[in-house]
Design a protein around this ligand. Structure first.
Ligand code: ASP
Length: 324
């Protein structure tokens, strides 16, 4: 597969990608890891291209890494965030996006609180590739890619060999775009996904065939859910999206679902821990675990740059012949 055979014009989610596309993205990401380890961390791959990062919801890791990724590819990148835009004066997302498109950017990276925002823009913008950097509770595809890349590196497996692993995702699945993108990714790769949390935060529909093909197991007890897990992904309790009372109190949640080194004693030997950040230490994950030897959190952040470089490179160089 080469750049010209990439079938997607936008990266809106993991849902809808083929296994081949996913593996191709991961293999390309692996190649970009090395660029960030160089003394001079820049390649001319997207010289002359313009990338706009439109972040209308808070972000630290994703926004910084998209910006770094664009710069390391030599693209001209500009960042726009919610409070500094005409959105705060009442302009609609579509008008904002059309205004930006009129300046001829090649790629628009968008984060928005509404599920479906990136998809909507991809239908409306005719000349600009759209990358979903997190849309409401829907998807966060580059997060799933960086999580998978981190696991490939840790287990020393090529992306096509990352299969048959037990992946347990713990926490606020209901509100998590990270969980949704990861579930799709692990279904494509052939890993087994278990979701753990209180019934209010882990809706039983996730196990339905219509939701994710029926391959997802649900558990409401932490110890049972992590039993035999090769990977435990801990999610943040999304306090900003809790419109109803999904949990009685944070203390109660912590008592039942906080992931600690002791909880992981029943996991598979060599079990590793992922967290997309930002973490509520002491609520969904203990500090000892977050910083301990089982944690791959920093590697995830590092890999975020490589994954975003690969994504921007593949979308930004469609139809071009040059290589890195
Ligand atoms: N940073 C991730 C996201 O934007 C996870 C989180 O916020 O909890 O979805």
């Amino acid at each position: 597969m080469n750049v010209d055979s990439v079938r997607f014009q936008h990266l809106l989610g993991i849902e809808g990608l083929s296994r081949e596309d996913l593996i191709f993205l991961l293999e390309n990401s692996q190649q970009f890891v090395e660029v960030s380890q160089r003394d001079l961390k820049k390649v001319p791959a997207l010289r002359g291209k313009t990338i706009i990062n439109l972040f209308l919801e808070p972000s630290t890791r994703t926004r910084a890494s998209f910006e770094i990724a664009g710069k390391r590819l030599s693209a001209d990148t500009i960042n726009i965030s919610g409070s500094g835009t005409s959105v705060s004066k009442g302009e609609t997302l579509l008008d904002t996006a059309r205004t930006l498109q009129a300046m001829n950017p090649d790629i628009l990276v968008v984060r928005h609180r509404s599920s479906g925002a990136a998809h909507f823009l991809s239908q409306e913008l005719t000349r600009t590739a759209v990358v979903n950097a997190g849309d409401g509770m829907h998807e966060h595809p580059t997060q799933a890619l960086l999580d998978c890349l981190t696991l490939c590196q840790h287990f020393e497996l090529a992306p096509s060999e990352l299969k048959g692993k037990n992946i347990t995702i713990v926490g606020d699945i209901r509100h998590s775009r990270v969980a949704r993108s990861n579930i799709w990714a692990h279904q494509l790769l052939g890993n087994k996904v278990t979701l753990v949390g209180p019934a209010t935060l882990v809706p039983h529909e996730f196990a339905d065939e219509e939701a994710f093909g029926g391959g997802v197991r649900i558990c409401h007890t932490l110890r049972e859910g992590v039993e035999g897990a090769d990977v435990v992904m801990v999610l943040r309790i999304q306090l900003e999206r809790q419109s109803d009372n999904f949990i009685p109190t944070l203390e109660e949640y912590t008592r039942q679902y906080c992931v600690t080194p002791q909880v992981l004693e029943g996991a598979a030997p060599g079990c590793v821990v992922l967290h997309p950040g930002p973490a509520n230490r002491g609520i969904e994950i203990s500090s000892t675990l977050y910083e301990g030897t089982q944690s791959l959190v920093e590697k995830q952040v590092t890999n975020g740059v490589a994954v975003r470089m690969a994504t921007l490179f593949l979308l930004g160089s469609r139809g071009r012949k040059e290589n890195v």
